[in-house]
Unconditional design. Structure first.
Length: 318
């Protein structure tokens, strides 16, 4: 699904000719660590208000912003002005309820008598109909719930202020994730990492990529790279290594020759005593080796400078 296709899917929220529906469901955490999806009974007024605030958010993000880039989450370092397509093989287990969610199936209603707002994990807001729809996923943070037992709320009733007698669930116009056509799109990577185990998934997938490197017999101390991915910052770099990278198809000696004959890379990466394998003895040597394996380095014909292709940063002389 490319960006244009995603925009076409989201544009149903702007359809004034064929009115669309708004459905709200809640993911509730159970005592046994399972989850239950419940339907929220909302008023017509609230449904219309939700439609308007998210119409504004979606238009601002996807239609008014022509610089927006859709990136695959597996190989992206740049996060500015981006929406991310989740393309990793391992799917976040903590998003499994939402991933299996069918907004037009029957669900029990959320009951204020039987269900506690404090147990709500996420809000699912579905826009559209059975044939054409998408779902907005909003994580419920602790500050999202106004707890009546932790603050004295003044609730206006007529001309009198009464005490707040129940918890309140707040909804703002932010979007954490989008589910569209069985695809997950991530707008808030920070939440994906902090609440849904994304950091561990990156590390797991990066460790799998190390086996690709190990098969090359290119690195003498491969254990250094294995330990390197315990740092999420570097695990993201290893994750970007593509099994179909042309570098991985080259003979080992061809890669060694490229490094040893390169005026800058040869000063950053040390070889073993027999000059047939790389020794990873600094973080810089690890970062550059990962970049080489992902074919990240190029030379500008205009300036004759060497660059790392992902962010066009010049290879440091120091």
């Amino acid at each position: 699904m490319n960006l244009q296709e995603l925009r076409e899917q989201l544009n149903i929220i702007n359809d004034e000719i064929n009115p669309i529906g708004i459905n709200v469901h809640l993911i509730k955490k159970n005592d046994n660590e399972t989850e239950t999806i419940l339907k929220a009974d909302i008023s017509v007024e609230l449904a219309n208000e939700l439609k308007e605030i998210f119409r504004a958010t979606i238009n601002n993000k996807f239609f008014d912003n022509q610089e927006l880039v859709l990136r695959e989450i597996s190989n992206s370092i740049e996060t500015f002005n981006s929406i991310f397509y989740y393309d990793l093989e391992e799917f976040p287990e903590k998003l499994s309820s939402a991933n299996n969610f069918d907004p037009f199936s029957e669900y029990d209603d959320f009951s204020f008598n039987n269900d506690d707002i404090e147990n709500i994990k996420a809000i699912l807001i579905t826009v559209g109909n059975v044939e054409n729809h998408f779902t907005i996923y909003k994580h419920v943070y602790p500050v999202t719930i106004v707890r009546q037992d932790r603050m004295l709320g003044f609730l206006p009733i007529g001309d009198r202020f009464e005490k707040l007698s129940s918890n309140i669930l707040q909804i703002n116009n932010s979007i954490d994730f989008l589910f569209a056509n069985d695809n997950l799109f991530v707008n808030n990577i920070k939440t994906l990492s902090s609440a849904y185990g994304y950091s561990e998934i990156i590390k797991n997938q990066a460790r799998q990529n190390i086996t690709l490197i190990q098969d090359l017999d290119l690195i003498a101390n491969i254990g250094e790279l294995t330990a390197f991915v315990d740092n999420i910052k570097y695990a993201k770099r290893v994750l970007r290594i593509n099994a179909n990278s042309p570098v991985l198809q080259l003979a080992k000696l061809r890669i060694i020759e490229f490094i040893t004959n390169h005026p800058k890379l040869s000063t950053k990466i040390r070889m073993n005593a027999t000059n047939d394998r790389i020794m990873l003895d600094t973080d810089i040597s690890k970062i550059i080796t990962i970049g080489i394996l992902n074919d990240d380095y190029l030379k500008s014909n205009l300036t004759d400078l060497d660059y790392e292709s992902e962010n066009k940063s010049e290879i440091d002389e120091d």
